[in-house]
Design a protein around this ligand. Structure first.
Ligand code: G4P
Length: 526
């Protein structure tokens, strides 16, 4: 028997290319869920262009993102947990890690732009774990693209099968609303930014002449043709196929005008999966197991300079988490106790006594945690999470103040534990190389090293194309390769060897020359 507390939980993330409407939709879901009362309460955690050269502003915006990192609310008997993901592409790794802590996602697509760069990348990560996806095609109040064309693009570019559950009547200036194929209802659109702008009419059958009365004869004819075509062309919505991550239901709406949001939320709580089993290196852990376990997927520095502690975000995977109970930190082989764990309800934080699988608990941390750390009641487990991806930009760290060497070491170690960037050490001399996916992380690193650790450093550009983790079944070949390529070899935080390729060509050529060695672009080769 799975406890009701687990069955009623829905933990998910909203993902999108920047500007498609993720923040707007998040806010509207909270509004519909009754978690906030007014629009404008959720601040975008987008790091705006203007802020990329203004460190204080970046920090301020990062501060906003901690407040909105997890937004929990009750809706129709369900506990809904939305995990926020950073909008800026330079922080994509943060988003990938958050995706390891959710059971499903809602993908927002702009109907004018269709599938964009970040949409593609994020969906690749979802596909790695077969995460169930619901698609929300947003901004239908704008002159967007043909809906059939959008659906084809989703299938083609994102490698998923789609099944529209609602169908738009017109678009942009002619947008009249949607027909909900599942519930056989017309949802009529009356633009309104503050209230639910849906007028729901149950029409039963699409052939009902009432449809003509509501939307006009010509649009009604088109709608009938469209629905007949959809029923024939797209496979039926099947809950299992959706929950396996194979079939994505699609909704159309306009988040800014609150249109389609209620419909999305109602369907979401009905179909989205409750907390799922989690894969550890040792075994699969089921949420209904009695013993508590969870893993850290995000660490956020406390912005108050008087308090050095950080908040580690723990996704609960099994059992029940209780305040003040002794838990086992499996990497450190150490007992730990949390006296002030935090829960997040919309934009409020509060002390938490207990939490269930699917929930996210904020733990105050004074440097104990790294991303991926696992907590249990005593069992030795290591959750797998999302792998690190090969960084794309590399810099060598050079200390500028010999009196602050220790501070610099500590700062670099803690920032990389937080997952701000990846650290590689090169011998001899423990040369430090930092790898990131975006330039913005270097600004954040320099700023935080100075602010929080009083350390200053120079970051020298290194012209590498990729860092690949290297493994081989033949240990001799691997060690010969490592000594031969000494200047291009470094070690990651777990002391795994990594090869730095100058160019795509060098990489291809070593791959051809050393067929016994595997070159991995993600760290999940173990
Ligand atoms: P993001 O988090 O995915 O980056 O997107 P966000 O919600 O911030 O939305 C990006 C822009 O798109 C915002 O406009 C927002 O108002 C607008 N938007 C969101 N949903 C809809 C919609 O359904 N219809 C239309 N027409 N626009 C929508 P902005 O001008 O960048 O910001 P603002 O000044 O409106 O806040």
């Amino acid at each position: 028997m799975i406890p009701e507390e687990i069955l009623r939980r829905r933990t998910f993330a909203i993902i999108s290319h920047p500007d498609a409407g993720k923040t707007t939709l998040t806010e509207k879901l909270l509004l519909f869920g009754g978690a906030i009362n007014t629009a404008g309460a959720v601040k975008s955690n987008k790091i705006t262009k203007a802020a990329t050269s203004d460190f204080l502003e970046i920090e301020k915006q990062r501060g906003i993102s901690v407040a909105t990192s997890v937004m929990g609310f009750e809706y129709a008997g369900h506990k809904v947990n939305i995990l926020d993901t950073p909008g800026h592409k330079d922080f994509a790794e943060d988003t990938y890690r958050t995706l390891s802590a959710v059971d499903s996602v809602i993908l927002v697509v702009d109907c004018v732009k269709g599938v964009e760069e970040q949409t593609r990348r994020l969906m690749e990560v979802c596909r790695m774990r077969n995460t169930p996806v619901i698609v929300f095609i947003n901004k239908m109040d704008r002159e967007g693209r043909d809906p059939y064309e959008l659906l084809d693009e989703l299938e083609r570019e994102l490698n998923i099968h789609v099944r529209p559950l609602s169908w738009p009547i017109g678009i942009g200036s002619t947008f009249k609303g949607v027909y909900n194929i599942y519930d056989k209802e017309l949802r009529l659109f009356t633009p309104n930014k503050t209230k639910r702008s849906e007028n729901i009419v149950a029409v039963g059958d699409i052939t009902d002449s009432a449809v003509d009365d509501f939307i006009g004869t010509k649009p009604a004819e088109t709608l009938r043709e469209d629905v007949a075509f959809l029923e024939e062309y797209y496979e039926d919505f099947n809950l299992e196929l959706y929950q396996e991550g194979y079939l994505a239901p699609v909704f159309f709406g306009s988040a800014i005008y609150n249109f389609g949001v209620g419909e999305l939320l109602d369907t979401f709580v009905k179909v989205a999966p409750a907390p799922q089993p989690t894969e550890a290196s040792q075994r699969e852990v089921r949420p209904e197991e009695n013993a508590f376990s969870g893993f850290i997927f995000k660490i956020h520095a406390n912005l108050d300079p008087n308090h050095r502690d950080r908040i580690a975000f723990c996704r609960i995977c099994s059992g029940k988490f209780e305040r003040n109970k002794l838990y086992y930190h499996t990497r450190l082989d150490k007992k730990v106790r949390f006296s002030s764990p935090t829960s997040f309800m919309a934009n409020e934080k509060s002390l938490l006594e207990e939490a269930w699988p699917g929930d996210v608990v904020g733990l105050y941390d004074s440097g104990y945690f790294k991303i991926g750390d696992t907590l249990t009641e005593g069992e030795v487990l290591q959750y797998k999470g999302i792998p690190s991806f090969s960084p794309e930009i590399f810099r060598e760290v050079v200390n500028k103040d010999p009196f602050k060497t220790k501070q610099l070491e500590k700062g670099i170690r803690q920032l990389t534990d937080e997952g701000v960037a990846q650290l590689f050490l090169q011998q001899p001399g423990s040369r430090k190389i930092i790898g990131t996916v975006g330039e913005l992380q270097f600004d954040v690193i320099k700023f935080r090293l100075l602010q929080e650790y009083g350390a200053t450093c120079d970051l020298y550009s290194l012209n590498y194309h990729k860092a690949c983790w290297i493994t081989s079944d033949d240990k001799d070949i691997l060690s010969r390769f490592i000594s031969l390529k000494g200047s291009q070899i470094a070690y990651d935080k777990d002391e795994n060897p990594v090869f730095f390729a100058d160019t795509a060509w060098t990489l291809r050529s070593v791959q051809e020359h050393y067929p016994a060695i595997k070159f991995h672009l993600t760290s999940d080769f173990k």
